[in-house]
Write a protein that binds this ligand. Structure first.
Ligand code: DC
Length: 226
């Protein structure tokens, strides 16, 4: 049996940055499930699918084969055999993923792949439905969140550092819209699992979050090992 950590929370809470650091510290594989939904969304965008039409999404999703491999500990996502890692982290793809990921037919194969991976590997997996749906038996579940104002400001600072013009209020509105979609969809909505530990990072810096999550992981690992 493998040791699994589930981290869920809204967009911009810092899940992937923190999960990556904790995975390294704890010698676990880091599984970024959002990247798989992003790969599916990339396929829809490339195919020119009308995202307002779920029928079109359902028809096309069977033609996109998403697979994953780990190269030097880094997750590489393949879309019909092509490494699509370089194309996944754009606003356009993130926005499209939040529209296509609620479709049950999109989730079916992706969730199956995630479950198979976790069954055979000690891992830390982040997403929206990991503790509630993908890994209900995970040894540790964390719900990582922060206020939308703080999340927007972090994103704003990131974009400014890259020299990209942006508007804080627009970013905040986008984050709140995405939260609403993720939390109110019919299938696997984002919510805190009953047995998840809530970590609100609004008043914490990155290193404080990493050390708190590492502490929780060590504790869970020790009690799992018995
Ligand atoms: O975490 P992210 O921004 O890379 O996720 C992109 C989209 O995928 C997000 O809008 C919600 C969706 N997603 C999901 O539905 N379930 C997951 N386990 C992970 C992401």
């Amino acid at each position: 049996m493998s040791f699994n950590v589930a981290i869920d929370g809204p967009a911009g809470a810092g899940k992937s940055t923190v999960a990556k650091a904790v995975a390294k510290e704890m010698n676990l594989i880091y599984v970024d499930t959002g990247a798989m939904y992003r790969a599916m969304a990339l396929y829809m965008l490339r195919e020119g699918v009308n995202l307002k039409n779920p029928e079109e999404i359902i028809e096309k999703c069977g033609k996109a084969e998403i697979t994953m491999r780990y190269e030097n500990g880094i997750q590489v996502v393949f879309l019909n055999g092509e490494n699509v890692n370089p194309y996944l982290r754009t606003e356009e793809v993130g926005e499209a993923a939040s529209i296509t990921s609620p479709v049950p037919q999109v989730r079916e194969n992706i969730v199956r792949l995630q479950k198979e991976l976790a069954a055979g590997t000690d891992c830390i997996m982040d997403g929206r439905d990991i503790g509630t749906c993908v890994l209900p038996g995970a040894q540790l579940k964390i719900y990582l969140t922060a206020s939308s104002q703080v999340r927007a400001k972090r994103r704003y600072d990131e974009l400014m550092a890259k020299g990209e013009a942006c508007d804080l209020e627009l970013i905040k509105a986008g984050i709140e819209e995405r939260d609403y979609r993720d939390m109110h969809r019919e299938m696997s909505p984002l919510k805190q699992a009953e047995d998840a530990v809530l970590v609100d990072t609004s008043e914490m810096d990155r290193d404080e979050v990493i050390s708190e999550l590492t502490r929780l992981c060590r504790q869970a690992f020790a009690s799992w090992k018995g």
